[in-house]
Structure formats: C-alpha cells, structure tokens
Design a protein around this ligand. Sequence first.
Ligand SMILES: [Zn+2]
Length: 296
Amino acid sequence: MREFVVLGTASQVPTRTRNHNGYVLHWDGEGLLFDPGEGTQRQMIQAGVSASQITRICVTHVHGDHCFGLPGVLSRMALDRVEHPIHLHYPASGEDMIRALVAVASPGIDLRLHPHGSAGPVAAGVEVRPLFHRIETYGYRVVEPDGRSLLPERLAAAGITGPDVSVLQRDGILGGVRLEDVSAPRPGQSFAFVMDTAPCAGAEELAAGVDLLVAESTFSDDDGDLAAQYRHLTAGQAGAVAATAEAGMLILTHFSSRYTDVSMLEGQARARSGAAAVVAANDLDRVPFPKRQRWG
Ligand SMILES: [Zn+2]
C-alpha cells in the first residue's frame, strides 16, 4: 500500500484548523514520518496511523514546527512496545536539538540515529539534497527501483503459467522466452518532500520527475518579499518547481497562519505548475499515491 497522510499543515504558528507540520508516507511495508511538529501524536490518532506503523522518521531541519513532536511520538512507541528499529534521519548540525528531544522521550525503543551532512542516499531508496533555509535543511526523495510489469496475454501466448512465471522473473529467460518478450518496463514510483527553503537547485533535484511532490508554500505570491526574507517558497514558486521538475502531482502545505483561505495559494501554484495537478492540503487528508507518470 502506498498512501500519503497529512497530519498537519501549519507553519510556525498552528491555527484552529491547522496543526503544526507532520506527514506519514505509507510505502509498502515502511511508514515514513516526516517533520513531526507539536501535536503529531494526537494527529496520528485522528488520522488512524498507529505508532507501530512508523519505521523511519525524516526531519528536514530542527526548527520547532518540524521536530517538537518527536518526544511524544517516541514515547508513544515505547508505551506501545514497538520492537522494530526506528531510524531517525536529520541534518548533522541539528544533533544537539535532536539529542535533547530524544533524551526526554521514554526509553525502551530501538532508536537508531542517522545524521547526514551532504547530498546522497541515507537508506535504501531514500536520498537527501540540501535546501536553502535559515539553518541547515535537507529535503527527501523516496524512489522505487525501476522494474518490469508482466503482460498476461504474452505470458499466455508463450505458454508460461504457474511457478514458471517466477522462474522466468528470477532467471530472465525460460525455454527460449526472454523476460523482455513478455513484459514491459515499469518505472519506479517516486516521492519528494521539499520543506522550508527558498528556490534552489536542491529542490529541483529532489522533485525531478516524481509522481508526488509535497512542497511548502508558506506565503502567497503577494508576500514574496517575506518569503525571500525568511527563505521560504511562495505558492507560485512551489508551482514552478513542480513544472520544471515535471512532477505528476503537487501537494501544497506549511501555510502561514495569516491565510485563513488557502484556495488563493492553490490558484497561484496551479497557474505556474505546468501539467502537475495541484492540491492545497488540509489536516487529516489521505492521498492515494498517484499513478506512475513516467510510462514509456
Ligand atoms: Zn517550518
């Protein structure tokens, strides 16, 4: 199962309708929790996500709205006797903050700290790129390896059935029939998480060709001077990242509390997003992972 769950959509200041940041990506057997802000434990309950479903926590940077939910979530994992390892990724310069937050959490879980200080892979299928914010910040990209999809009618025509299908997939050839003859390339699905940043190369690289891009859009285009001053994206800039990257779908989030209606931001992003579909996220939204867009 692949699904994106929105726990919170506010930036620095939560509102009556928007909790601080927090997102869960269900990715086959993995549960990736991104940027758990305050209140994440309770938002998980509201969203129907259990602590035991989380296997990996990815923090973009150590501003409070992206990590103050850590002690609560980790303590809940201890209470629920989560036994599998929890991998925690964060920028190396945030070590003191992360260790302080971890130190006040209940002990008892198998927590593994993975600081990173440069672009590259941080786990199988997960990589980071530096963003451009007021403190060290990294965005994340989750990628499934490319594979091949079997074509049932060609399998049938070749007379390959039952256990022989697995043999063909394993060996690549069976009785003169090659895997390529009875299957088509299937590009891996991909996901990018671009949080607090001004426009930068890292954001473009993370988003390149992804099926689903989640990007901050703290400010309206009308407040572009504030966005530049605090190194954030405007909604239009987030849309432009999606267009340049040829992303399939863009989810906007991390809204400033000054906007009670974010439909204007959605419109600004859509005006510049090219072919990418645009959705302004609300707390507790569940988004089925969009279809692969890199076919052929
Ligand atoms: Zn933030």
